[in-house]
Design a protein around this ligand. Structure first.
Ligand SMILES: Cc1ncc(COP(=O)(O)O)c(C=O)c1O
Length: 386
């Protein structure tokens, strides 16, 4: 066999690689495992979405190659939704691109901009395609730590001037996975200004824009002056409509970046299954009635989990958005060892913070993907182990 590429060989190992095996062994032994690891909700998509795909798969035109243009109705619906939700106009054909889940777009976009020697600024901890898409090109990853004491906001002023010179991309993700941090209007305005100043493309990953609590409404970066020249924003149907497995999302914003990504994707894929795009139209159609019910479910879970983990002795912040609690590990135990010990001794899967980069050391993440009473039970089991 040929040897692996340098970039492949230097990909860090996946922090949770052995968890599925341990979990399966525990289940075989009769342990009632509670999995709070992945951000994969236990709820169903809207019934209208399911009916739409059932109908679409019976039609010949939806069985064809979608190509990057995809289903015009989906593009138009995305533009309508963007206007309705954020008050922002985007051209459905020049400024929107459907994606096979936002992850692929996030990971492929650096192909447009980065050569070896160039760099991308990413949050640490952060969603791993920011790292992967950049690293695989042999470009430099400039990791900026997210800290609890400044609300987990990426401070681009921490990037040294010599590294900043090489940077072309700035990845932001608010509401933030894994920390639950959120960003103010002022923060986004300063980010846009910074990108103008330094010739960067601002890539805002807004996958959690709809999962927000206590009346908080996360903004779109595209709402702010100057964003249209320097920013794109990723959106996903995964979390908003419980469609993680359907693989559908989109990018919108700066038209040259969107068009360039469409060109790259011609060489990698042939677009999102058209029946799935038809289902995406149905989801966005019922957004106004569906999302508040979902948010109420997640808010109840958040409250139950925050209370239960506090009672278990953890110092937990209550997040304003996302599906996650980000919890400091007491006593300085490394995150992976802590998560493995908890799994083996209590049957609770927690996500070790380092699964999303070294900046996550000292934390674990709890996904609100099981009912409130299971979250309470998980916290009690963890407390017992400790
Ligand atoms: C921050 C962030 N962005 C994007 C995604 C990916 O969404 P999709 O399922 O659309 O690829 C996730 C999924 O976990 C995420 O946490």
């Amino acid at each position: 066999m040929p040897s692996y590429s340098k970039q492949f060989s230097s990909l860090p190992p996946y922090a949770l690689a052995d968890v599925p095996k341990i979990k399966a062994e525990l289940i075989d032994k009769g342990v009632d495992v509670i999995d709070l690891g992945a951000g994969d909700a236990d709820q169903m998509p809207p019934p209208q979405t399911i009916r739409a795909i059932q109908d679409a798969v019976t039609k010949e035109r939806f069985s064809r190659y979608p190509f990057q243009r995809g289903l015009p109705e989906f593009r138009t619906k995305i533009a309508e939704w963007t206007k309705l939700r954020f008050g922002v106009d985007v051209d459905p054909f020049d400024e929107v691109l459907p994606l096979i889940g936002t992850k692929e777009g996030i990971a492929h976009l650096p192909l447009v901009y980065l050569d070896p020697g160039d760099a991308a600024i990413i949050p640490n901890p952060g969603y791993y395609p920011y790292f992967g898409g950049t690293h695989m090109l042999g470009a430099d990853v400039i990791e900026v730590p997210l800290r609890r004491d400044n609300g987990y906001l990426l401070d681009w002023n921490e990037v040294p001037a010599n590294k900043l010179k090489k940077a072309k991309l700035l990845y932001l993700n608010y509401p933030n996975n894994p920390t639950g941090g959120v960003a103010s209007d002022d923060y986004f305005k300063r980010a846009i200004e910074f990108c103008h100043q330094h010739g960067l493309l601002l890539i805002n990953d807004n996958a959690y824009s709809e999962i927000a609590f206590d009346g908080y409404r996360p903004p779109s970066v595209l709402e702010y002056e100057g964003a249209r020249e320097v920013a794109v924003e990723f959106h996903s149907l995964s979390k908003t409509f419980n469609m993680t497995g359907w693989r559908i999302g989109w990018v919108a914003g700066q038209n040259e970046a969107v068009q360039a990504l469409a060109k790259v994707k011609v060489y990698y894929d042939t677009g999102v299954f058209l029946a799935c795009q038809a289902a995406g139209v149905a989801s966005l159609d019922v957004w106004e009635e569906f999302v508040p019910k979902q948010v109420a479910i997640f808010q109840e879970r958040r409250d139950a989990a925050v209370e239960a983990f506090r009672e278990a002795g953890f110092e937990v912040d209550s997040p304003k958005a996302t599906l996650y609690l980000w919890v400091p590990i007491p006593g300085g135990e490394p995150a992976v060892e802590f998560a493995r010990r908890i799994l083996l001794e209590s049957g609770v899967v927690l996500f070790p913070g380092t699964g999303m980069g070294g900046g996550g050391e000292g934390f674990f993440r709890v996904a609100l993907t099981v009912p409130a009473e299971r979250l309470r039970e998980a916290a009690q089991r963890v407390a017992k182990v400790l």
